[in-house]
Design a protein around this ligand. Structure first.
Ligand code: PLP
Length: 434
């Protein structure tokens, strides 16, 4: 049993003192629900943390992990290998669009992002353009917490305690303008021209200095910001024009969140790299991956014949337990048709979130796939409005996630419309109660 004051565990991204005064402990999970300490059932409207896309505690994944841990336990991927890592890379290459058929394994989304940024620079060097170093991110984006991802990310409150961050970084403006696009259903029709800001960065810095642009196709942690119609297409065209790599950070959007294997597939755009994590193992075992266009991988390999081409990797890259979890997870997605199911559920989900537009304090509602946001009018410090809403939902048996004062929803792809009704009703009750 943990100590009564819960003091030893310094919890991440948590107001520790407040939490420990009023802990919310989860002790079990099954399907769409958690069980809280004390036995209360909690409907999970957030898929854990955007990751449990196939629902909680899937037996197939647990069994696969158990089997491999009893048989192999650990094998390094440095100069050695084990079959499941190659098999999982093959399966991912099949899921990814275009020629993204090289896969590098990591242990998290943050590591996937830093890996992709390093590969972008290594590629530019390998093709004889070492002066292409600049990494372009975007305001209001979240690319994890390691120094690379933090530097290209665009959330000042998580950057400011840790500066100085990486040099040779530029930022595009975010795409959200409430006056133009509030309460859009799906992709806003206004805003594609925001992509032209990349031309301004090119004009200012010179195309020959830029290695890559990284964006979340739908920004998650920054408040569920849906890309305007045509915006990502324009970004792709500008990158092509100036020979700049385009990285989609799909840590949230891959594995069915938008009703397709990837956001790239949903939008019909092929980036040069895709970062993944979360839904890759249904959240059961930490794992991330980067999908890389073949010519990028081949260029780096060609530049170092015989030696280690990419001096990068993690002790647990391609860990056997993670690979077993990944393979079992991908089989569940395929066998249960969960990506298509998410697409079928999208209209009911959209109706539910937009049904909250007239609830007290709501200033915007956004959605795409099974990602939704209900933005509340701020009251004082960012989050001051949202935090009590989250607690009140939890007290009523519903887990929601807050991004500042925005309620972010991302139910598992196994949800039923009746779950959406409960989510909408509970949030409406809570907002009326304040
Ligand atoms: N990139 C995106 C788009 C994310 O949403 C996240 C996490 O939510 C990350 C990167 C970081 O992933 P992790 O927390 O696994 O390091």
């Amino acid at each position: 049993m943990p100590s009564e004051d819960l003091a030893s565990f310094w919890m991440p991204f948590t107001a520790n003192r407040a939490f420990k005064r009023q802990p919310r402990l989860l002790v079990a999970g099954r399907g769409m629900h958690y069980t809280a300490a004390g036995g209360r059932e909690i409907l999970d409207a957030t898929s854990g943390l955007w990751c449990v896309n196939a629902g909680h505690a899937r037996r197939e994944i647990a069994d696969a992990v158990h089997r491999v841990l009893s048989q192999l336990g650990y094998a390094t991927s440095f100069q050695m290998g084990h079959p499941a890592a190659f098999e999982l890379a093959d399966r991912l290459a099949e899921l990814l669009p275009g020629e993204l058929d090289r896969v590098f394994f990591t242990n998290s989304g943050s590591e996937s992002v830093d890996t992709a940024l390093k590969i972008a620079r290594a590629y530019q060097r390998a093709r004889g353009a070492p002066e292409r170093r600049v990494l372009v991110g975007r305001e209001r984006s979240y690319h994890g917490v390691n120094f690379g991802g933090l530097s290209v990310g665009g959330l000042p409150n998580i950057q400011s305690p840790f500066g100085p961050l990486l040099p040779d970084v530029a930022h595009l403006p975010h795409t959200h303008d409430r006056e133009q696009m509030a309460f859009s259903r799906g992709q806003p029709v206004w805003g594609a021209e925001r992509a032209e800001a990349l031309e301004e960065v090119v004009a200012e810095r010179g195309a020959g200095t830029i290695a890559a642009v990284i964006v979340e196709p739908v920004a998650g942690a920054g408040g569920v910001l849906v890309p305007p119609n045509g915006y990502l297409e324009r970004l792709r065209a500008i990158c092509d024009r100036h020979d700049i790599l385009l990285i989609f950070d799909e840590v949230i959007t891959a594995f069915g969140r938008l009703g397709a294997a990837t956001a790239a597939e949903r939008f019909g755009i092929v980036p040069d790299m895709i970062t993944m994590a979360k839904g890759l193992t249904n959240g059961a075992i930490p794992m991330g991956a980067v999908g890389i266009r073949r010519y990028i991988g081949e260029t780096i390999l060609d530049a170092s014949p015989g030696g280690v081409e990419l001096p990068h990797g993690y002790t647990y890259s391609g860990h056997p337990a993670a690979c077993a979890a990944g393979l079992a997870t991908l089989s569940i997605y395929r066998d249960e048709g969960l990506f298509a199911r998410a697409a079928e559920l999208e209209p009911a989900f959209e109706d539910m979130v937009h049904g909250l537009r007239d609830a007290p304090g709501v200033i915007d509602v956004r959605n795409l796939g099974l990602m939704g946001a209900i933005e509340l009018e701020p009251a004082g410090n960012p989050g001051a409005r949202g935090a009590p809403v989250m607690q009140a939902c939890f007290d009523r048996g519903l887990l929601v996630r807050l991004a500042g004062d925005t309620i972010a929803l991302s139910p598992a792809l196994i949800a039923e419309p009746s779950h959406f009704e409960r989510i909408g009703q509970t949030i409406a009750d809570v907002l009326h109660s304040f």
